[in-house]
Write a protein that binds this ligand. Structure first.
Ligand SMILES: Cc1ncc(C[n+]2csc(CCOP(=O)(O)OP(=O)(O)O)c2C)c(N)n1
Length: 318
């Protein structure tokens, strides 16, 4: 199997894991096992998977609150993610963070941030640290299109560009910020215009295509790693679910969701693999294995203990 085909298969498998994991998350939420804010990534999987596929251990990932998929793509165990969603002590943030605050120091996965746009300045801080240490690490920062209206975005991009930092900023443009379509909140439809204000390299792509995401981010990561500075990439994507679990998503024009589901990136990627000769039996095995992994994660989360009140106090208060 060629390296390219092996990579496509690996990326498909990760997207499928995220999809099945998120479906199980929705089910657990409906049954009251998961509470509080919870934002699903269903439909947007190629963005996290194609981008993070480019990273090495020394690199950083930092995200919005819609980050279950990124954590899984970065290699966090489904058990640690699901247990965090359940608020259990075995979760990656010991159940104190929940859905919006997945962290892993070991994986350089720096969250999970609920303050829209605030993490962009933090991303530049991580990129600065890599440059300061001279270890050629790269920071991937994910942000929603709505978040590009926020002050933190401008602070982060200003310093990234001024100091030529090794960062790649990825706008996950899923067309809606909660219920607000892009055109009602921003005068420009082309968000790469914002990069030009910072003299920053940029591109804009159809992010339903995981290979295109991989390739575009690969070039940006290579630029950053070799000291040529940051890049802003606008990725056009689509979320199949509401903004959060409490959103019935009535603001979409009639037929839009159905039309986008026709272009489900999992279906198109599977078709590409089939056309390249991957037999059906391999897809069946993938489905079975991933179903078992997700089932195990849910059972683990469900049977895990909560943090004791004393430990909660000790970890929250100094
Ligand atoms: C500073 C701040 N303002 C407002 C909110 C409330 N809020 C949460 S998500 C969201 C929409 C963000 O949309 P976008 O950046 O496009 O990301 P998406 O949810 O579509 O992935 C808003 C306004 C917040 N969390 N933080």
């Amino acid at each position: 199997m060629s390296e390219k085909l092996a990579r496509l298969k690996r990326m498909y498998e990760k997207m499928l894991l995220i999809r099945r994991f998120e479906e199980a998350t929705a089910k657990a939420y409906a049954s009251g096992k998961i509470r509080g804010f919870c934002h699903l990534y269903i439909g947007e999987e190629p963005v996290a998977v194609g981008a993070i596929e480019n990273l090495e251990a020394r690199d950083y990932v930092i995200c919005t609150y819609r980050e279950h998929g990124h954590a899984l793509a970065r290699g966090m165990s489904p058990r640690a993610v699901m247990a965090e969603l359940f608020g259990k002590a075995t979760g990656c943030s010991k159940g104190l963070g929940g859905s919006m605050h997945l962290f892993s120091r070991e994986l350089n996965f720096m969250g999970g941030h609920g303050i829209v746009g605030g993490h962009v300045a933090v991303a530049s801080g991580h990129a600065f640290a890599s440059k300061y240490r001279g270890d050629h690490g790269v920071t991937l920062c994910f942000i929603g299109e709505g978040g590009t209206n926020i002050g933190g975005f401008y602070e982060g991009l200003t310093y990234a560009s001024l100091w030529n930092l090794p960062a790649v900023f990825i706008i996950e443009n899923n067309l809606y910020a909660m219920g607000t379509p892009l055109y009602r909140a921003q005068p420009s439809r082309d968000l790469t215009a914002k990069a030009r204000a910072f003299n920053m390299a940029s591109s804009r792509i159809d992010a339903l295509d995981v290979e295109l995401v991989y390739q575009t981010v690969s070039e940006a990561v290579a630029r950053a790693r070799s000291g040529q500075g940051p890049t802003l990439i606008e990725m056009i994507t689509y979320r199949f679910r509401g903004h959060s679990m409490s959103d019935p998503a009535k603001y979409r024009p009639a037929g839009e969701l159905e039309e986008m589901k026709e272009k489900d990136p999992l279906d198109t990627t599977r078709q590409r693999l089939i056309d390249s000769g991957i037999p059906q039996a391999e897809f069946d095995k993938m489905e079975t294995d991933i179903a078992a992994t997700v089932e195990d994660a849910v059972a683990f989360a469900d049977s895990s203990p909560e943090l004791s009140y004393e430990d909660m106090q000790r970890m929250v208060f100094a």
